[in-house]
Design a protein around this ligand. Structure first.
Ligand code: E4P
Length: 215
């Protein structure tokens, strides 16, 4: 499973990239707005840090405008993946951009029918938002399992990018469900490392080593 960082914060991306296990980055308009800087410059900087797919979302809601915006974003760097929302105009734009060879991440997916539409339009990946489904008492992970099965049934090449991840167990369940990519906030990425028995075990190894004066 690929690990993406779900952030527009360059410091967090630097930190996560330093472990050598980061495969890409996803941004969205809310995350970009939080940083308060030029979108283009930010994307250029992120592309220098991570050599992998970097999602950048369009903010137009009409297909032709989305296509124009998508082409501009894709021109910034070869690793940019254009994000289009899962609305009818977004699917039209996805079909056009995909036909031009531009990779599209179809975002704001909350149902299997939406995921089917994205695959049929030629999306590079689909982003089901599992945390937001859990927030409204739906089963986000069940949606991942459904989409993975449906895509396998028809051999769709569209990747399942698990988004709106809220805790490390979401990462584990995504991997068990066969999600291709899991995008996570930096605090969740950090939590993947942690286990108290690792810390206790390491302390004992080092204490035992020192106690016997080993060099
Ligand atoms: C990523 O592509 C999504 O925009 C992001 O995961 C949404 O996460 P949120 O539901 O925590 O805002």
């Amino acid at each position: 499973m690929k690990f993406f960082l779900d952030t527009a914060n360059v410091k967090e991306i630097y930190e996560a990239a330093s472990f050598g296990v980061l495969d890409g980055v996803t941004t969205n308009p809310s995350l970009v707005a939080k940083e308060g800087r030029s979108f283009k410059e930010m994307l250029q900087e992120i592309c220098k840090i991570v050599d992998g797919p970097i999602s950048a979302e369009v903010v137009s809601v009409e297909a032709d405008a989305m296509v124009k915006e998508g082409r501009e974003l894709a021109n910034i760097h070869k690793n940019i993946v254009v994000k289009c929302p899962l609305i009818p105009e977004g699917i039209k734009a996805t079909s056009k951009l995909a036909a031009e060879g531009i990779r599209v991440n179809v975002t704001l997916c909350f149902s299997p029918t939406q995921a089917l539409l994205a695959a049929k339009a030629g999306a590079w990946c689909i982003s089901p938002f599992i945390g937001r489904l859990d927030d409204v008492s739906s089963d986000g992970m069940a949606l991942i399992r459904q989409i993975v099965t449906i895509y396998k049934n028809y051999d769709y090449k569209t990747l399942v990018l698990v988004a709106s991840v809220r805790h490390p167990q979401h990462v584990v369940e995504s991997a068990l469900a066969g999600g291709h990519i899991c995008t996570m906030p930096y605090n969740i990425f950090q939590s993947l490392f942690k286990h108290p028995l690792t810390d206790v075990g390491l302390k004992k190894f080092l204490d035992d080593w020192k106690a016997k004066g080993q060099q």
